[in-house]
Design a protein around this ligand. Structure first.
Ligand code: LLP
Length: 411
């Protein structure tokens, strides 16, 4: 099997397994689908990459080259961006519990916009901007109460969500008072993120229409950020909407809602993460032992929940193949299990595959989002390497962790 012209067997030889492989051409293409189609002649538009899905230096460089802005949710993500010379003015900084030190750090490093989650944060921010005598742009994260049909663990905008404030709630009203009195806080608009892996565009339309009605309370045209969450294909149960269609649909919804309510906005932003990196990512493993129990057959791989926690955490489903046996008869119903001392460390359950031998390579698809970024060193597993492939060439972007690196911070 080749990815962007590179044989995965060669990648195994050069970099070992487990290995995260990204098709850089597909990454760029996904970004361009958003950038080229998320455009309006009535308001400005901005596409942000939600870097929590996959934040490494090379990824930020590509985001920069392709002209996307960046959603960072931690100082770690922000620092990675600063480190590769990414313009901090293009960063939207999220988080429901930003510490005073974190706020100081991002302000002193000229963060573009802070997405304020709650009243206490705004009060803290007001004090810090006075202390630093620095202006900051903010947008307020609103909980618009739209709940999209997705796995309950990853819905973030239901009424009791830990994220955002509700429109016209006491906290919301007080926040506007704080903003009015503040010397250094420049209120730009609103943010909403209704969930993840969403296929029903109507959910975004409903959230966007709500945000637009809230704009009526303000004299100046606001910035609206409708978040991310556009679904991708993991298995054939998922039927994603092409990203150009998603983009055009959101623009159209926005333009129609603006016309209907006679409101003007300054800018509309989206911040997709998964849909930019998800399908561009693969994980390559080596199969070790296999085992039959009375009711199951296991293929053991050299990675597992440490490089992909999503099956254990969300019961997420994936497709996979054994390299060079893609077209063999799939006459074994197997469970792909990782190496961890944890019975839930199963990557794929009851899946049809051909007979495997130790040393065969197994590839899982659509692991580009929240795989590497949620990886762990449980059982002291070494974080795998990450390689980007494009036009028949590979480039190592994260070296595999070494045993010494694993313990280097320990006294
Ligand atoms: N914007 C905000 C404010 C978000 O909270 C998120 C994701 C995104 C954008 C990007 O959403 P995306 O386009 O990637 O769906 N770890 C979970 C996903 C958690 C999503 C958290 N927020 C998973 O592996 O499915």
């Amino acid at each position: 099997m080749k990815i962007s012209g590179v044989d995965v067997r060669e990648l195994k030889k050069e970099y070992g397994t487990p290995l995260y492989i990204y098709d850089a051409a597909m990454l760029k293409n996904n970004m361009r689908l958003y950038i080229n189609n998320f455009k309006s002649n009535q308001f400005e538009t901005e596409v942000l990459f939600a870097s929590k899905a996959f934040n490494v230096k090379e990824m930020v460089r590509i985001v920069d080259q392709e002209g996307l802005s960046l959603d960072c949710v931690s100082v770690g993500e922000f620092y990675t961006a600063l480190n590769v010379g990414y313009d901090p003015k293009k960063v939207y900084f999220h988080g429901n519990n930003k510490s005073p030190d974190e706020l100081r750090f991002i302000i002193m490093n000229n963060v573009g916009t802070i997405v304020v989650d709650n009243l206490m944060e705004l009060v803290a921010l007001d004090m810090i901007t006075k202390e630093l005598k620095k202006n900051v742009n903010i947008i307020i994260r609103l909980n618009v109460g739209v709940s999209a049909h997705t796995h309950k663990f990853i819905v973030t905008a239901h009424v009791d969500s830990k994220f955002g404030v509700a429109y016209k709630s006491d906290d919301y009203n007080t926040m506007l008072e704080v903003i009015n009195k503040s010397e250094y806080i420049n209120f730009l608009g609103f943010h909403s993120h209704i969930g993840s892996q969403i296929f029903d565009l109507k959910a975004f339309d409903a959230a966007l229409e709500k945000l637009i009605t809230y704009c009526k309370d303000f004299d100046k045209p606001l910035v609206l950020n409708i978040g991310g969450g556009f679904g991708v294909h993991y298995t054939d149960e998922d039927q994603p909407i092409p990203f150009d269609v998603v983009s055009k649909n959101l623009i159209e919804t926005c333009e129609n809602a603006l016309a209907k309510s006679n409101v003007k906005i300054k800018k509309l932003c989206i911040e997709p993460g998964r849909s930019i990196v998800g399908e561009a990512g693969y994980t390559l493993y080596t199969i070790g032992f296999t085992k039959k129990t009375p009711n199951k057959e296991y293929y053991f791989i050299d990675g597992g929940m440490t490089d992909n926690i999503r099956p254990a955490l969300y019961q997420a489903k994936y497709d996979c193949d054994i390299i060079d046996k893609e077209n063999d008869k799939k006459d074994h119903t197997v469970t792909i299990a990782g190496k961890c001392c944890e019975s839930g460390d199963l990557i794929i359950e009851d899946y049809k595959l051909p007979e495997a031998n130790p040393g065969d390579l197994l590839i899982t698809y659509t692991t580009g989002a929240y795989g590497y970024s949620m990886s762990s060193n449980y059982n002291k597993a070494l974080t795998p390497a990450v390689v980007f492939v494009e036009d028949g060439k590979s480039k190592l972007v994260v070296r595999r962790m070494t045993l010494d690196e694993l313990i280097e911070r320990e006294e």
